[in-house]
Design a protein around this ligand. Structure first.
Ligand SMILES: Cc1cc2nc3c(=O)[nH]c(=O)nc-3n(C[C@H](O)[C@H](O)[C@H](O)COP(=O)(O)O)c2cc1C
Length: 341
């Protein structure tokens, strides 16, 4: 497979439940990064099949006011290609949240069974559910019964490095009614410090007939080609690299070319969109979450990040972005992964 083959494959439609998507490269759910402003930026650049929201609390979703909520917020135009992710531990609560998400018009609902952050696992949510796969499957069944739109499950290898457990659990989720899986082959609570074991993606995809989106350490186009050919997964889910280079979907699926001005333009556009969607100082805080991934693109990444972090207002940040990124500083072919937290 070469770059043109990759573009061709990633542009092949994929059936998910009763719906079909036009591209197989999706934005992974990322709390604090995949907000409505960032999704609008990615939508303008194009090339993706779906965008996932960061995780939303299933308890909060039924009563949440999108005009006030910082997380459960969207543009109506993005609903047909956006999947809302929820976390929770109670099947009824998860079903109620899923109903609201369906009513609002999202493409689908994604169940977070992968987050290994202590605050989430302590409440029995996220990856904690992989300790009780029967209970996790109950949640899938309950959500499946509640809605017609596609149900996705995002999960990881589990709490021990056992490919058989991952494959069995995938089958369990499929039998419970999941329409697609996103699989991140890392053990909890392993964050992102050790490389993911892509071989386990193969076993998970082999265990089910529904599509699996492979996830974890997709940085270069060669990585994308390797994951697809090696694991036979049916789609790619990109997290941190899509934050560093939001045009990566257009690059990989349409072979779109971008000159170096894309870096400055992207940072400036995100600042503008953050200003439209969020009040200060929250919008500045969100830009500072994006900044490490963005600065990782450059040779002097740490210096650039330090400069950006000094900005105290959105106007200061705009000035810093102009000063630092025109002309474009020296870039790296693979970003400085030390900044990919
Ligand atoms: C800042 C950050 C926030 C994340 N939040 C979520 C989340 O809300 N839900 C989720 O399922 N995964 C979350 N993830 C995990 C990503 O979806 C993805 O599995 C992980 O980053 C590995 O993919 P990558 O190597 O392409 O980044 C988060 C990751 C990061 C870096």
């Amino acid at each position: 497979m070469n770059a043109a083959d990759l573009a061709g494959y990633l542009s092949t439609p994929l059936a998910i439940g009763k719906k079909t998507i036009n591209g197989r490269m999706v934005l992974a759910p990322m709390a604090g990064l995949g907000h409505v402003a960032f999704r609008e930026l990615v939508a303008e650049l194009g090339g993706f099949g779906l965008l996932f929201t960061g995780m939303c609390s299933a308890k909060a979703v039924p009563r949440e006011n999108p005009a006030v909520s910082m997380v459960f917020r969207w543009r109506n135009r993005e609903l047909p290609h956006t999947v809302c992710q929820i976390f929770g531990a109670d099947p009824d609560v998860m079903a109620r949240a899923a109903r609201r998400i369906e009513q609002e018009g999202f493409f689908g609902v994604d169940l977070n069974f992968g987050c290994s952050v202590a605050a989430i696992c302590k409440k029995g949510c996220g990856a904690a559910l992989l300790k009780t796969p029967v209970k996790a499957a109950h949640i899938v069944t309950s959500v499946r019964k509640a809605i017609q739109i596609p149900v996705f499950v995002k999960f990881r290898t589990g709490w021990s490095d056992d490919p058989l457990f991952a494959a069995d659990t995938a089958k369990r989720f499929e039998d419970a009614g999941a329409d697609a899986l996103t699989f991140h082959p890392r053990v909890a609570p392993d964050r992102r410090n050790r490389p993911p074991k892509w071989d386990i993606i193969t076993q998970v995809q082999n265990a089910v007939a529904i599509p699996v989106f492979g996830n974890g350490n997709l940085f270069t186009r060669e990585d994308g080609i390797r994951m697809l050919t090696q694991t036979k997964c049916q789609g790619l889910s990109l997290g941190r690299m899509a934050v560093a280079r939001p045009w990566i979907f257009a690059r990989w699926t349409r072979e779109a070319g971008f000159d170096d001005t894309v870096y400055h333009r992207t940072a400036r556009r995100l600042l503008e969109l953050l200003g439209q969607h969020y009040p200060p100082p929250f919008n500045l805080k969100l830009f500072k979450k994006f900044a490490p991934y963005f600065c990782a693109n450059f040779k002097f990444s740490l210096f650039l990040l330090k400069q950006l972090n000094q900005a105290k207002t959105m106007d200061e940040m705009k000035q810093a972005v102009d000063d630092l990124f025109i002309p474009c500083p020296e870039t790296l072919s693979v970003p400085n992964l030390n900044l990919f937290v």
